[in-house]
Write a protein that binds this ligand. Structure first.
Ligand code: IMP
Length: 428
């Protein structure tokens, strides 16, 4: 049984990772994030109440777990403080949050540039969440980012902010014709955030490795998903981080050989937000039904999600990249009322079957999905707790998915609540 497990999105995000993390978190000692930032939006339902999280690991709803924000995360101080305050107001203890001293800080100019560059792209916009994610990673790679260790050092932060803001204001004024940001104002506001966050900051690399050495169970919680990975996704319609298992190594300081189980979360149908190709998209009444029955609207942005049939080619690709051992299939109940369910099991390009996910978006936009059709089960499955009790048609669909992707079924989720979970194989 695994000691260190990773949960990842296998499609374009919004697969319901929060619920699966929450389920596995019960058995873990530490829950850690390793990439992305407040662009993530996890919804967890607990005792009929909904909790929406962006930066804080989903394990926070258990009082005895360490919740780590690793070095690969871009930390928006304003956002995490709001999130902590909202949780505290609902009686959730947030004292177990640990923030990496090496994480990079999202500052007001990152959010400004995110929105300005989207406006500038016009019709070619990426459809970002506007949270400053990519501009913050750009600054990290350009070596002008501000890390948490410098952010909580008053003198260091004041000096670094002065230098960076001078550069950013030049771009704002000369390129975008915008008013510059006021140094003193930004400094005051962000100094106060730094003071509040200081008690939570530590060297999370040492912390995580010590926990692993002590035999503790660690759960790495992926945000976004494989098809949004900066290298493996549908570039440029991607996020700026690595939401794949390799991202854990560079985003948390954990060696690859320490990871012993990788779980890919797969929604029973497909959705995506923002622009970019989506071979199985259903721009018809099927897509509309998936959206309305599944309430497919963004947690962070409220945008209507694009919807379509599940694409097993993508899941297989995600499995190869991350070495997925198990699938956690979510939202199977959303398909309860469908007469027919389709699964994309291959791609054709110019009449020929292809064995890869094309890199070129031009090519990817031309692929034709090869569908297999399944009869719907036409019954409510949200009360089922044992795999064997699922309707035969539901099992046929799931088993074919496992066969095409080469990934074992680990979990099947049949509703938003903690208990609406069927464990096919124990992961921890
Ligand atoms: P960014 O991460 O805000 O730069 O956005 C880049 C792309 O990733 C856009 O298409 C976003 O809609 C998408 N994206 C980012 N985070 C998520 C997520 O958590 N779920 C789904 N899509 C996301």
């Amino acid at each position: 049984m695994a000691k260190v497990a990773v949960i990842l999105g296998s499609l374009w995000g919004d697969e319901g990772k929060g619920k699966i993390v929450d389920h596995l978190a019960e058995q873990a000692d530490v829950i850690a994030r390793f990439g992305g930032g407040s662009n993530a939006g996890h919804t967890i339902s607990l005792n009929g109440e909904e909790y929406k999280l962006r930066l804080i690991p989903s394990g926070i709803l258990y009082s005895d777990k360490l919740c780590v924000i690793g070095n690969g995360v871009v930390l928006d101080p304003q956002c995490i403080i709001e999130e902590m305050d909202a949780l505290k107001a609902r009686g959730v203890d947030v004292s177990n949050i640990k923030i990496s001293n090496r994480a990079h800080v999202v500052l007001p100019y990152h959010k400004l540039f995110d929105n300005l560059s989207e406006e500038n792209r016009g019709a070619k916009k990426i459809g970002t969440t506007g949270r400053g994610i990519s501009p913050c990673y750009i600054d990290r790679d350009d070596r002008i980012g501000i890390r948490v260790c410098d952010f909580i050092d008053k003198e260091e932060f004041a000096a670094r902010l002065k230098d960076v803001l001078a550069q950013k204001n030049l771009i704002l004024e000369k390129i975008y014709n915008q008013a510059p940001l006021d140094y003193e104002k930004v400094l005051r506001e962000y100094e106060s955030y730094a003071e509040r966050l200081k008690p939570y900051v530590c060297d999370t690399i040492t912390l995580l490795n010590e926990q692993m050495d002590a035999g503790k169970k660690i759960l790495f919680e992926g945000a976004q998903a494989t098809m949004l990975d900066i290298d493996y996704g549908t570039y440029p319609y991607v996020t700026a981080s690595h939401p794949v298992s390799g991202g854990v190594c560079v985003g948390a300081g954990v060696a690859p050989k320490k990871i012993d189980a990788v779980v890919g979360v797969v929604k029973a149908y497909c959705t995506r937000v923002g622009e970019g190709p989506f071979p199985t998209e259903q721009l018809n009444e099927i897509g509309e039904k998936l959206r309305s029955v599944g309430h497919e609207y963004g947690t962070v942005t409220g945008r209507a999600r694009r919807t379509g049939w599940l694409d097993a080619c993508i899941v297989k690709y995600a499995g190869q990249i991350s070495g997925m051992d198990y699938m956690a299939v979510t939202r199977l109940d959303i398909l309860d009322s469908f007469e027919e369910i389709k699964l994309c099991v291959g791609y054709k390009l110019n009449g020929e079957i292809i064995n890869e996910v094309p890199a070129s978006l031009k090519t990817y936009a031309q692929v034709e999905p090869i569908y297999e059709s399944f009869s719907g089960w036409k019954s409510e499955i949200s009360g089922i707790r044992e795999y064997g009790k699922l309707p035969a048609n539901a099992k046929k669909y799931l088993e074919r998915l496992a066969e095409v992707t080469g990934i074992k079924l680990g979990i099947v989720s049949v509703g938003p609540n903690r208990d609406q979970t069927i464990v096919v194989e124990n992961i921890f």
